[in-house]
Design a protein around this ligand. Structure first.
Ligand code: ME8
Length: 633
């Protein structure tokens, strides 16, 4: 017997509530899991949360709660959302689960004993946001992306994983397994990265306490990615290893296609069959992210039902590529494909069977050329759809199916069943038309069941079945077989959305958008002589702590390191920045400004920020390798 199909999503950080990016990956996994079940395979689908590390520690500290409290709170959001989205995972693994912690420590110890992990000193740059050491080259890349402020200098004793020893074996695996990373263009990026040379990977931290301790050396905690990646192993049911398909966003492909297989090779385990990297949902040209304040939360879209959101994700996103999200696009898609398209076809067909044949689906006696053409198309579309779905290409699969549904609309127009029904001499043709439409809808219910479980079930029931469509299997299904019995009641499959009304509501409910920069700026101020200017002492500072000033939505109290001393500074940046986003940022400080009291707190200095008259302040960020205390002149 073949092993169960094992599919995973990334485990999501608990420093933010889920947005539609996280929802997308999990929907794709669920759709694939349901698809494999309907292929008759036993299927395990795993998702989870990534709860350790500095980001979570700091996000919790900024709110004055423990990291575990924060994690519990966010996990509750995930559990609730996945339930509302109709997810069928067998477990939501949390990296704070005891069995996972034991697994991570066990593997760490094994690789240490084996010599694949060793202890040494690291000195260099560290990216707080990626929770990873970065080389000078990577630092430059990040700087080019405008993320320089999140880099800090570190020197610490750490455990290394001997990644460099796996370069050749990884390249060999890539060569032998062309399906290991999809899509191909991403695989090429991974290969080029590995061919460029691999350095050993630091996999412990002494600067963090919120994590799994290194067994026997407890001042170290295990690096969050070593911890996180092993979740797939901790949660794997017996006789199910290795994963068949691991879904990741393109942002975390390197961790999954390079580090992860190297860890598994070191452990002497089989590697996953395929890592599939999908693209991003964008807002305009930007990645959706909390720090940009442009995220769409699934709750906003869920009142159209989870089928609607699941369908939109699968239909509109070509796996591997980025896609811009718009509310208009979302509503247009649902109206066109579900309210019109399929919904219309189903209600027309069912009401005709009801009206002309008292609900009994006829058996066709003869097919003319047009009937035969449409019947044949179904026999071709069905396997083609399944093949595309197997390759995770639901965009292509659904496109194929909807093209067929449109062809059926044309077929109805040509056949004019309402005219046929007027003369019993036309009965054979009318029987053929109704039977072909029925078969097409029945096949559609089966095919879309993984994507829209609820809508597919409604259609299946309306077609006269008393079974669960999800319990059917694709294989061997008699596409031209007779109906199981009379059809049920025809209810609208999908309620048309009033676009204008919805758009008004969405706009009214949306958080006020940040005011776009307008270049509404005053004229250049009057000339000052150099001596006056140089009286102002500007220094590079690093924000060590940040919290909101109670009862103020604008003021944030910060502790800033100026190299030679630490200062309390209160800044009016609370509408533009969250305290957690400020930590470890390099800033420019007016260091000799006379102290002043703001809401009872004495502020010793000011942070430089750019802005126009209307928009939010943009903090000025020195380059990553500048040191706190440097004079700015
Ligand atoms: O990276 N569009 O967690 P995370 C599409 N904990 N998908 C998106 C997206 C977007 N705009 N934004 C996020 C982590 N995603 C680590 C993973 S795994 C061992 C550890 C999805 O909370 C996408 O799948 O930042 C991405 O890989 C994942 O969310 C990142 O979630």
């Amino acid at each position: 017997m073949s092993k169960p199909f094992y599919i995973t999503t990334p485990i999501y950080y608990v420093n933010d509530r889920p947005h539609i990016g996280h929802t997308y990956t999990t929907v794709l996994a669920d759709v694939l899991a349901r698809y494999h079940r309907m292929r008759g395979e036993q299927t395990y689908f795993l998702t989870g949360t990534d709860e350790h590390g500095q980001k979570v520690e700091k996000a919790a500290a900024a709110r004055g709660i423990t990291p575990k409290q924060l994690a519990d709170e966010v996990v509750a959001n995930y559990t609730d959302l996945w339930q509302r989205m109709g997810m069928t995972h067998f477990r939501l693994i949390r990296t704070t689960d005891e069995d996972h912690k034991a697994q991570v420590q066990h593997l760490f110890k094994r690789l240490l004993d084996k010599g694949d992990i060793y202890k040494a000193t690291y000195k260099g740059l560290y990216s707080v946001s990626d929770e990873a050491y970065v080389t000078e080259l990577q630092a430059k890349e990040l700087q080019a992306q405008g993320l320089a402020h999140q880099l800090v200098e570190l020197e610490e004793e750490t455990y290394f994983f001997r990644l460099s020893a796996y370069q050749d074996r990884l390249l060999k695996h890539f060569e032998d397994h062309p399906e290991f990373v999809q899509p191909d263009f991403r695989f090429n990026e991974v290969k080029r990265f590995v061919e460029g040379g691999l350095q050993d990977l630091s996999i412990s931290r002494t600067s963090i306490t919120w994590g799994i301790p290194v067994p026997g050396d407890e001042k170290h905690v295990i690096y969050v990615w070593f911890d996180a990646l092993l979740n797939y192993l901790s949660a794997c049911p017996a006789n199910t290893w290795p994963p068949d398909l691991q879904l990741v966003g393109k942002d975390i492909l390197r961790f999954h296609a390079v580090y992860w297989p190297a860890f598994l090779m070191a452990a002497g385990m089989f590697l996953p069959t395929t890592i599939l990297a999908h693209g991003w949902w964008l807002m305009g040209d930007d990645k959706m992210s909390k720090s940009k304040g442009n995220v769409v939360r699934p709750d906003t879209l869920l009142h159209f039902g989870n089928d609607a959101l699941r369908f939109y994700f699968m239909r509109d996103m070509q796996v591997g590529y980025d896609r811009s999200f718009t509310y208009e696009g979302f509503i247009d898609r649902l109206n066109a494909d579900l309210a019109n398209g399929l919904g219309n076809l189903a209600s027309r067909t069912l009401s005709m069977i009801q009206r002309y044949r008292a609900g009994v689906v006829p058996l066709p006696s003869v097919l003319d050329a047009d009937d035969q053409e449409l019947a044949d198309q179904l026999l071709a579309v069905f396997p083609a759809y399944l093949e595309k779905a197997r390759a995770s290409d639901f965009n292509g699969a659904l496109d194929l199916l909807w093209t067929y549904l449109r062809a059926l609309d044309g077929y109805i127009v040509r056949a004019e069943p309402w005219k046929l029904a007027k003369d019993p001499a036309n009965d054979p043709k009318l029987d053929a038309v109704l039977a072909i439409l029925y078969r097409a809808l029945r096949a559609t219910a089966l095919l879309v069941a993984p994507v829209m479980p609820g809508l597919a079930q409604d259609l299946w029931t309306a077609l006269g079945h008393s079974t669960q469509v999800a319990d059917s299997t694709f294989h061997g299904f008699a596409l031209d077989g007779p109906a199981v019995g009379p059809i049920g009641e025809a209810k609208p499959l999908f309620q048309r959305i009033d676009k204008e009304k919805e758009m008004n509501e969405i706009e009214a409910a949306a958080a006020p958008e940040p005011v776009p920069p307008t270049l509404d700026v005053p004229a250049i101020r009057e000339t000052v002589d150099a001596d006056s200017f140089f009286k102002v002492d500007l220094r590079v500072g690093k924000i060590l702590e940040a919290e909101r000033v109670p009862k103020s939505d604008k003021l944030i109290k910060m502790k800033v390191d100026l190299g030679i001393e630490q200062r309390t500074i209160v800044g009016g940046i609370g509408k533009a920045y969250e305290p957690a986003d400020l930590l470890d940022r390099l800033v420019v400080v007016v260091a000799n400004l006379a102290p002043r009291k703001l809401m009872g707190i004495e502020s010793h200095g000011m942070l430089l920020a750019a802005s126009d008259n209307a928009s939010k302040p943009y903090l000025i960020a020195p380059p990553a390798d500048a040191q706190p205390g440097f004079l700015v002149k």
